[in-house]
Design a protein around this ligand. Structure first.
Ligand SMILES: CCCCCCCC/C=C\CCCCCCCC(=O)SCCNC(=O)CCNC(=O)[C@H](O)C(C)(C)COP(=O)(O)OP(=O)(O)OC[C@H]1O[C@@H](n2cnc3c(N)ncnc32)[C@H](O)[C@@H]1OP(=O)(O)O
Length: 195
């Protein structure tokens, strides 16, 4: 499908190039998971993807995820939804480079090749353009090496939201636990004062 057929994923004429926030993680720096129970990157999720993400030089993320037997769809193959989750998380981690909180509004993924269990997916995501609250991003994932065969490509629209988005919509006991975690609180507050 051409870009013209997906108008909501194509930056409008008044969109601007993304700006790397001055407090963004340095290129090469490992980015801490935003939440320990996140299914994509949280260390406290036994069946989670345990995605490890690093900042790139631009407004971009490089991430890795190794497909475990718990991630199967077909026998010995990664479930497509799990691959989309990995892509979604690598795209969501771009928040750290813009220093804003945004959530996925639309995510379109092309599956280009099967991904076997035990393989490592090398994801690269980047912000293409920003228009008001809309963040237009793209991503690709390659098999077993940063320059390995292309397995997935994606285009996404993220929408910037205030922190209240999470506080108002999350299950109250989880929000309370998150707010009681001083590390998480400090990390998330940094976004608020540096929008
Ligand atoms: C202290 C507490 C601790 C908190 C800890 C938090 C730390 C967090 C840090 C970092 C988070 C990182 C998370 C990473 C995880 C990976 C990312 C995910 O999986 S996120 C989950 C999945 N996504 C959702 O659950 C969104 C559900 N949807 C919504 O909430 C709303 O629909 C939302 C916010 C996306 C938009 O709602 P509106 O009311 O704010 O805005 P409207 O007016 O509807 O849309 C604004 C513009 O965007 C377009 N738009 C909206 N949705 C669209 C769509 N699906 N496709 C195309 N355009 C869309 C609209 O047409 C509108 O455009 P026009 O301004 O009129 O030009």
């Amino acid at each position: 499908m051409t870009d013209a057929a997906r108008p909501s994923l194509t930056p409008p004429p008044d969109a601007v190039a993304p700006v790397r926030h001055p407090d963004a993680p340095a290129p090469g720096q490992l980015i801490e998971p935003h939440y320990e129970f996140c299914f994509g990157c949280g260390p406290a999720q036994p069946s989670g993807l345990h995605l490890a993400a690093r900042a790139g030089e631009g407004v971009e993320i490089f991430a890795e995820f190794t497909v475990a037997p718990t991630h199967q769809g077909g026998p010995g193959l990664a479930h497509g939804g799990v691959l989309v989750t990995a892509m979604d998380d690598a795209l969501g981690t771009l928040n750290w480079l813009l220093h804003s909180t945004s959530v996925t509004a639309r995510l379109e993924t092309d599956f280009r090749r099967p991904v076997p269990v035990d393989s490592t997916l090398y994801l690269h995501t980047w912000v293409e353009a920003v228009a008001g609250r809309k963040i237009f991003c793209r991503g690709e994932a390659r098999l077993d090496a940063p320059d390995g065969p292309l397995a997935l490509t994606a285009q996404a629209l993220f929408i910037q939201v205030p922190l209240e988005h999470f506080v108002n919509h999350g299950r109250p006991e989880d929000i309370k636990a998150a707010m009681d975690n001083p590390d998480l609180h400090k990390r998330v507050r940094a976004f608020e004062v540096n929008p």
